[in-house]
Design a protein around this ligand. Structure first.
Ligand SMILES: C[C@@H](CNC(N)=O)C(=O)O
Ligand SMILES: [Zn+2]
Ligand SMILES: [Zn+2]
Ligand SMILES: [Zn+2]
Length: 497
C-alpha cells in the first residue's frame, strides 16, 4: 500500500481555502483535516506556506495529431510529462477520424497511441467530421460502451473536417439524445477558404495572411450561428478555443439569456495576442499560427481573462498542438500550408495565475474552478477529479504563489522547439505534482519522476448533472404548446390554374 501525507499547506477548492493536511492511500484521498500524523512507512510532502490544489485539467489537447501533412511533435509521452511539470494532472485529448471513416475505429487507434505513453490520467472527446446514420450509431456506441460523453464539430477546415449547418443540427440532436456535450470549433469555413485565396492573389503569403483571412468577425458569426443551432436542437453547447472579444461576447450574451452554453478560452488567447503574425522574422510569426488565430487587438487577452474571472467564460484548455519551426516551414511560401497549432500544456497554470490571480482579477478559488473543477463538472468527472475531498483521486499540486519563473523553449519540458510565451515571467509555480497518489514532479528535488504509460483512460458517463439538469428544466418550462382553436371556415383566395 502506498501512503502519502501532504502536510502544513492550505487546501484550495473552488468553494473555499482552508488549512488542512491531506492523507492519501493507493491514489485515493482518505483524510483532509488539520494535524494528521504520518503513519508508519508514509512518504511526507512538506507544503508549509504553500497552496494545495486539485491538479489542473486541460480540456483541449492534440498530442501527436496527424495534421496538415505532418504530426504534432509533442506526443502523449512528452505532452503529459510537460503537463505534470506545469501542474496539470489530466488532459482531454481529441480523436479526429478522417471524413468518411469510422469514429469507433479512430477511437481504438487513438487509445493505441495514448495508453502506452501517457504519464497522467486522460480522456477523449471525439470529433464528428462527417454525418450519416452510421455516425449517429457510432456516437451511441461510443457513449454507451466506450466512456465518451463529448463530441466536437468543426465549422472550419472546409472539405477536410467541416460540417454544414444541417449536418451540425443533426449532430447536436444526437448529442442531446445521448446526453453528450456538443463542442464546436466556430469559424466560418466557407469565408476562410475564399478569403485565403484572395490573400494569396494579393501576394500576401506570410502568417499575417492567416489572421487577415479569418478576422474575429468570422469567428464571432460562426459562434453565434452554432449557439442558435444548438439551442434549436435543445442541445447544451461548449465553444472550444474562444479566441476573440466578438466570440466571447456572443457566448456571454447567450448565457445571460439562459442558454446552456460554455466558453473555453485557452492559455494562448489569455497570454499573448496576434501582433506576432506581423513579426518580421517568418519563423517567429509562423510559430503563432493556429485556428482560430490569436487576435491583433492587444486588449483581447485581458478581456478574455475578465470574462473568465466573472463566469461569462467557464474553463480553460490549451489546444496544445505543437509543430517545431521546420514543420511550420511547410508553409513558408503559402500560409495555408503552415500546420496550425501552438503550445500551452506546460504553461497554462502559470499563465492564468500571472494574468488572472496576480493581477487581482480572480482569487485562488476561482483559479481552481477555471483550471480544474468546472471542467470536471462539465465532462462528468466530478468529484472523482477537480476537488480535494475524501474519496477523490489524488491528483494534487503543491503550488507556490510567490515564486516566479521565466518561460522559455530552452527550459520547458515539451518536445517543441518554440514557446509562444517565450520570456514571460509568471508568478505561480508548481512545487510538487502528485498524480494517482504518487509524486511525479518535485521542482526542488530532481524534477520529473514519471513512468511512461502510468496514466489511465478515464471513462465518462453521459448526462452530466452540471450540464443537463438545467437543460431538462429549460425544456420543460419552454416546451412548445399547441393552441386549441375552432377550425377556420372563412373565405380563401382563388389560385388561378
Ligand atoms: C486542429 C485543431 C488544432 N489546431 C489549431 N487549433 O490550430 C483545432 O482546430 O483545434
Ligand atoms: Zn464499441
Ligand atoms: Zn479547433
Ligand atoms: Zn483543438
Amino acid at each position: 500500500m502506498s501512503k502519502l501525507l501532504i502536510s502544513g499547506g492550505s487546501v484550495v477548492n473552488e468553494d473555499r481555502k482552508f488549512r488542512a493536511d491531506v492523507y492519501i492511500e493507493d491514489g485515493v484521498i482518505k483524510e483532509v483535516r488539520e494535524g494528521i500524523p504520518a503513519p508508519e512507512g508514509c512518504e511526507v510532502v512538506d507544503a508549509t506556506g504553500k497552496l494545495v490544489m486539485p491538479g489542473g485539467i486541460d480540456t483541449h489537447t492534440h498530442m501527436q495529431l496527424p495534421f496538415m501533412g505532418t504530426v504534432a511533435v509533442d506526443d502523449f509521452y512528452h505532452g503529459t510529462k510537460a503537463a505534470l511539470a506545469g501542474g496539470t494532472t489530466m488532459i482531454l485529448d481529441f480523436v479526429i477520424p478522417q471524413k468518411g471513416k469510422s469514429l469507433v475505429e479512430a477511437y481504438n487507434t487513438w487509445r493505441g497511441w495514448a495508453d502506452p505513453k501517457v504519464c497522467c490520467d486522460y480522456s477523449f472527446h471525439v470529433a464528428v467530421t462527417w454525418w450519416s446514420e452510421q455516425v449517429s450509431a457510432e456516437m451511441k456506441d461510443l457513449t454507451s460502451n466506450h466512456g465518451i460523453n463529448s463530441f466536437k464539430v468543426f465549422m472550419a477546415y472546409k472539405d477536410v473536417m467541416m460540417l454544414r449547418d444541417d449536418e451540425m443540427f443533426e449532430c447536436f440532436k444526437a448529442c442531446r439524445q445521448y446526453g453528450a456535450m456538443a463542442q464546436v470549433h466556430a469559424e466560418n469555413g466557407d469565408l476562410i477558404k475564399a478569403q485565403a485565396e484572395k490573400m494569396i492573389e494579393l501576394g500576401i503569403t506570410g502568417p499575417e495572411g492567416h489572421e487577415m483571412c479569418r478576422p474575429e468577425q468570422v469567428e464571432g458569426e460562426a459562434t453565434q450561428r452554432a449557439i442558435v443551432i444548438a439551442d434549436q436542437a435543445n442541445c447544451p453547447l461548449y465553444v472550444v478555443h474562444v479566441m476573440s472579444k466578438t466570440a466571447a461576447k456572443n457566448v456571454a450574451d447567450s448565457r445571460r439569456k439562459g442558454y446552456v452554453c460554455f466558453g473555453e478560452p485557452i492559455a494562448a488567447g489569455l497570454g499573448v495576442d496576434g501582433k506576432n503574425y506581423w513579426h518580421r522574422c517568418w519563423r517567429h510569426a509562423a510559430g503563432y499560427v493556429m485556428g482560430p488565430p490569436l487576435r491583433p487587438d492587444p486588449s483581447t487577452p485581458e478581456y478574455l481573462m475578465d470574462l473568465l474571472a466573472n463566469g461569462d467564460l467557464s474553463c480553460t484548455g490549451t489546444d496544445n498542438c505543437t509543430f517545431s519551426g521546420n514543420q511550420k516551414a511547410l508553409g513558408k511560401d503559402d500560409f495555408r500550408g503552415i500546420p496550425n497549432g501552438v503550445n500551452g500544456v506546460e504553461d497554462r497554470m502559470s499563465v492564468i495565475w500571472e494574468k488572472g490571480v496576480h493581477t487581482g482579477k480572480m482569487d485562488a478559488c476561482r483559479f481552481v474552478a477555471v483550471t480544474s473543477t468546472v471542467a470536471a463538472k462539465i465532462f462528468n468527472l466530478y468529484p472523482r477529479k477537480g476537488i480535494i475531498a475524501v474519496g477523490s483521486d489524488a491528483d494534487i499540486i503543491v503550488w507556490d504563489p510567490e515564486a516566479s519563473r521565466t518561460i522559455s523553449a530552452k527550459t520547458h519540458h515539451q518536445a517543441v522547439d518554440f514557446n509562444i510565451f517565450e520570456g514571460q515571467v509568471c508568478h505561480g509555480v508548481t512545487d510538487v505534482t502528485i498524480s494517482r497518489g504518487k509524486v511525479v514532479y518535485d521542482r526542488a528535488n530532481g524534477g520529473l519522476k514519471v513512468v511512461r504509460g502510468s496514466g489511465r483512460f478515464i471513462p465518462r458517463q453521459c448526462f452530466s448533472q452540471y450540464v443537463y439538469e438545467r437543460q431538462f428544466l429549460k425544456e420543460k418550462a419552454q416546451k412548445p404548446e399547441k393552441v386549441e382553436r375552432e377550425p377556420y371556415t372563412g373565405p380563401i383566395v382563388e389560385i388561378p390554374k
